[in-house]
Design a protein around this ligand. Structure first.
Ligand SMILES: Nc1ncnc2c1ncn2[C@@H]1O[C@H](COP(=O)(O)OP(=O)(O)O)[C@@H](O)[C@H]1O
Ligand SMILES: [Mg+2]
Length: 542
């Protein structure tokens, strides 16, 4: 046989290749599996999921991004949907389930179109146009919110907590969260507010009712002073941050010290004592009455500190040291003898307080008050963890509402406005994209549909009723999962920051378009098997 007829192998043997509709079908199916996994957790009547990892640790949550992070997703297209949730989490902090459900629905609709021979690039183009229109409509239906609308801001925080275990205490936490965000707020040159959420710290401790959680305007350090004879409360604290040990350096391994007579021994001990005394004196001379040390504090040094009435903690975490530095305006010093008054930070009080049966150090009245700590309580560790996750959602929505100054109503009401607006727009575009834009419009209805489903309602009837009311101009009509009726979400105070929808729709569109445009999947032998590939089929020596 002549060379010209031999097949040219450009891919390694064992490479799996899916082309054309097969590739699209597989990718879309895998991505939709992800959306289906989180669907039942959407909304106030959504269910929680219990996730058990390979070593048996349990997480109970209905937070979309947490569910997806815990699932060990392998398929590349499915991973893109996990990315959608992560982006939503980073950019907004809430709406992760929503974003994934929308992406899944856009893909589902596109599969129908592909089946009826609409080319994926046309679908992608239509989705992009529809997304732009949707963003415009969102701004049109949004209402303004300002920093002074405290009740409204609390309402936004409450909406984000309705579907969580913290629901029964949402009023309590909403007040706390709005207070926290307002405290850390910054204003830039243009008068625009920004909130850096890194300035909110949480300290978790199980063993108490969640309403015993506490907002502290300052810092909580999970440490107690090294000696019980030290003061429990220091007012007008002058704080030294030391990144060095209050210990005498042990001699090198091979340097033996020969002690030949008792006089020499006592001299040696006296010297060690003097070194430690000098260290403590250096702190005292600088004027400090509180010391946070990142390293160890020798017993004798502890004794000297206690005698001077200095509050000293050892082995403080580096991240805590940095936070302390920032909020008390102290510099971290790594040479004790060089510590001076300028390096010290200040706070009105440093106090040892009981949290459950443990004691922690509370630093309040700081120089820069733009740091707050929330002491998170819950009956068990699982509850405390879920309280913390809910607080993160809540302060995130308050933050973005203040930053953007715009809100929309939830319960599927805004999604329905988008569905109707985008559908109208489709007709005006015409051409081959029209059908894709219409599909995008219908995909928006997945939000009220899922909310209805999760509340045990008939989704079709509910959506028809909503369409009717929206056509009649009731743009806040949405699903009330508690009464099972279509009601005015503005009246019910179901309010969300506009950024949830903006981000969810644009990243869902991006992901859908990206997945749609793939028509060739080339997986090397070692790559994880795409959906459908049976695992464990390889030989023993694989
Ligand atoms: N009281 C309520 N009535 C109707 N819908 C609500 C209510 N509270 C929240 N929702 C809706 O629930 C959805 C959010 O559910 P959630 O489980 O928090 O998912 P996500 O991860 O997307 O934030 C939003 O569509 C929101 O409008
Ligand atoms: Mg939410």
């Amino acid at each position: 046989m002549g060379m010209g007829n031999a097949p040219v192998l450009i891919l390694r043997e064992g490479t799996k290749r899916d082309k054309g509709k097969d590739a699209q079908f597989n990718n879309i199916t895998a991505a939709r599996t992800i959306a289906d996994a989180v669907r039942s957790s959407l909304g106030p009547r959504g269910m929680d999921k219990m996730l058990v990892d390979s070593i048996g640790d349990v997480v109970i949550t209905n937070d979309g991004v947490t569910i997806l992070k815990e699932m060990d997703v392998q398929h590349p297209a499915a991973k893109m949907l996990v990315e959608v949730a992560k982006t939503q989490d980073q950019e907004v902090g809430d709406g992760t389930t929503t974003s994934v459900i929308i992406a899944g629905e856009l893909l589902k609709k596109s599969l129908d179109l592909i089946d009826s021979n609409v080319h994926p690039t046309i679908i992608a183009a239509g989705y992009r146009l529809a997304n732009e229109k949707a963003q415009e409509i969102l701004k049109g239906v949004a209402k303004k919110v300002s920093l002074q609308d405290e009740a409204l801001l609390e309402q936004i925080a409450e909406t984000s907590m309705i579907s969580k275990q913290v629901n029964s205490s949402k009023k309590f936490f909403a007040k706390m969260v709005v207070d926290a965000v307002k405290t850390i707020l910054d204003k830039d040159e243009n008068g625009k507010y920004t909130a850096d959420l890194k300035n909110i710290q949480t300290v978790k401790k199980a063993g108490a009712n969640m309403e015993e959680s506490e907002l502290v305007k300052g810092l909580i350090i999970d440490k107690e002073p090294v000696s019980p004879t030290m003061p429990k409360l220091v007012k007008n604290a002058k704080i030294a941050l030391i990144d060095a040990a209050f210990e005498v350096k042990k001699p090198e391994i091979d340097a033996k010290i020969q002690i030949t007579d008792p006089e020499m021994l006592s001299k040696f001990i006296a010297e060690e004592e003097k070194t430690l005394k000098d260290m403590v004196d250096a702190v005292k001379k600088a004027g400090a009455n509180v010391v946070f040390c990142q390293k160890g504090i020798d017993d004798l040094a502890q004794h000297f500190f206690a005698k001077e009435g200095i509050y000293a903690c050892r082995r403080v975490k580096k991240s805590d040291m940095e936070r302390l530095g920032k909020s008390t305006n102290a510099s971290i010093v790594s040479k004790i003898s060089e510590l001076n008054a300028d390096d010290l930070g200040t706070a009105e009080t440093v106090e040892l307080k009981f949290v459950g049966d443990e004691q922690m150090t509370f630093i309040t009245g700081c120089k820069d008050p733009k740091t707050v700590s929330i002491l998170v309580r819950g009956g068990t560790n699982h509850v405390a963890d879920e309280v913390e996750r809910s607080l993160v959602d809540a302060w995130s929505v308050v933050k973005v509402s203040i930053e953007d100054g715009m809100i929309v109503t939830g319960g599927g009401s805004t999604a329905m406005e988008l569905a109707m607006g985008v559908r109208d727009y489709a007709a005006s575009v015409g051409g081959r994209e029209q059908i894709a834009i219409e599909a995008f419009a219908s995909a928006m209805e997945i939000i009220p549909t899922t909310l209805a489903e999760n509340a045990g309602l008939d989704p079709i009837n509910m959506v028809i009723e909503m369409r009717k009311q929206h056509k009649a101009g009731k743009k806040y009509a949405g699903i009330n999962p508690f009464t099972g009726k279509v009601e005015d979400m503005m009246d019910l105070n179901v309010i969300e920051p506009i950024r949830i929808g903006q981000q969810a729709i644009s990243s869902a569109t991006d992901a859908a378009v990206m997945i749609l445009r793939i028509d060739d999947v080339i997986a090397s032998k070692s790559a994880p098997a795409p959906a459908g590939g049976a695992p464990g089929m390889g030989g023993m020596d694989d």
